[in-house]
Ligand binder design. Structure first.
Ligand code: NAD
Length: 309
């Protein structure tokens, strides 16, 4: 009999890659997405799309009853820091209440959940780098707070039931299908600039660092974490500054363009880098795509996507 999986947020950037991976392993996949930032075109024809808001428990329950999933990948989220500041109530509804809804229904189905949290927005500027999972979070935004609260539910539900649920705290994910119109995602944003010959502004004078991870490495981590309980940083442990990202993309494009430099915007993190030794030791997972290679792959893929859009 075919294995069945639900991917919430499967019409989004990362979720759509999870869907591809599950389909290629023979799963029957149902995507739950309200299409608020995702798009129908990202969902392959082989997957079923149910346009449902995860906050709407009866509608979500109907999907779970119909599918009876054996695995759940919970990526649907209000994922914008700016939107979380503008409307912390909705951010809390989606990220906390929505996650609780998914956990409750997963419990009835007896299926494990993999929850995507954030490494970057959770630990704050004071944390040692690379930051291990046992560092007490100090989020600077409602988005970080709601992800942390949702993590608590995931861990509590895992401990109080016989179903193992996992929390994956992602670094800065980049790759094909990332939107160039988001507030983060500098790889996609800069690729958009290069395609249009526009000069980008590098805040913090190009010096802020992040732990960038290629999307296929995130997918392999989420797949490996299914059926495990625990909290895992999923990143590379390598810090790259924004100027390095810009230069890597310019090299991939064969273009030389001097960026504008500006001060860091209020509330933005200076540096972030995650310790991935727990995921390596406990999950036997390790990222495979170095940043230089990932930037070239992403530049080429996004340039093709932008032509088609
Ligand atoms: N991209 C990153 O660098 C990054 C880093 C850390 C954590 N994450 C987390 O990974 C997950 C996926 O992120 P992404 O970058 O693919 O973002 P995305 O915005 O592309 O995907 C999120 C998806 O969730 C859907 N969604 C939003 N609210 C919903 C709701 N109420 N009901 C149903 N669907 C809803 C959106 O339509 C979208 O398709 C999110 O949970 C995000 O917080 C992403």
């Amino acid at each position: 009999m075919t294995d069945r999986a639900i991917v919430t947020g499967g019409a989004g950037f990362i979720g759509s890659h999870v869907v591809d991976s599950l389909l290629s392993d023979g799963y029957a996949v149902t995507v739950v997405d309200d299409l608020s930032s995702g798009s129908e075109e990202r969902v392959p024809a082989a997957a079923e799309l149910r346009t449902v808001d995860i906050v709407d428990l009866p509608a979500l329950q109907k999907v779970f009853d119909d599918v009876a999933p054996q695995a759940i990948y919970h990526l649907a989220a209000q994922a914008s820091v700016v939107a979380s500041v503008a409307d912390p109530g909705r951010d809390c509804d989606v990220n906390v209440r929505g996650t609780l809804n998914v956990l409750e229904l997963a419990g009835r189905a007896g299926a494990p959940v993999v929850f995507t949290s954030t490494g970057g927005a959770l630990y704050g500027d004071e944390a040692p780098r690379p930051t291990p999972e046992d560092r007490i979070p100090a989020p600077l935004s409602p988005y970080g707070a709601s992800k942390w609260a949702a993590e608590a539910y995931v861990r509590t539900w895992s401990l109080s039931s016989s179903i193992p649920h996992a929390v994956c705290r992602l670094g800065n994910v980049y790759g094909p299908r990332q939107s160039p119109h988001g507030e983060a995602g500098v790889v996609a944003i800069f690729t958009g600039h290069l395609n249009e010959g526009r000069t980008p502004t590098l805040y913090g004078h190009g010096q802020p660092t992040r732990d960038y991870i290629y999307v296929s490495d995130v997918v392999s981590a989420l797949r490996t974490a299914s059926g495990r309980s625990g909290v895992y940083n999923i990143a590379t442990g390598v810090e790259t500054d924004v100027m390095g990202i810009w230069k890597g993309l310019c090299a991939a494009a064969g273009i030389e363009l001097e960026p504008q430099l500006a001060d860091l915007r209020p509330g933005e993190l200076q540096h972030s880098c995650l310790d991935i030794s727990r995921a390596e030791a406990e999950l036997g997972w390790r990222p495979q795509v170095p940043i230089e290679e990932g930037l070239v792959l992403t530049y080429r893929a996004l340039t093709e996507e932008f032509k088609d859009s």
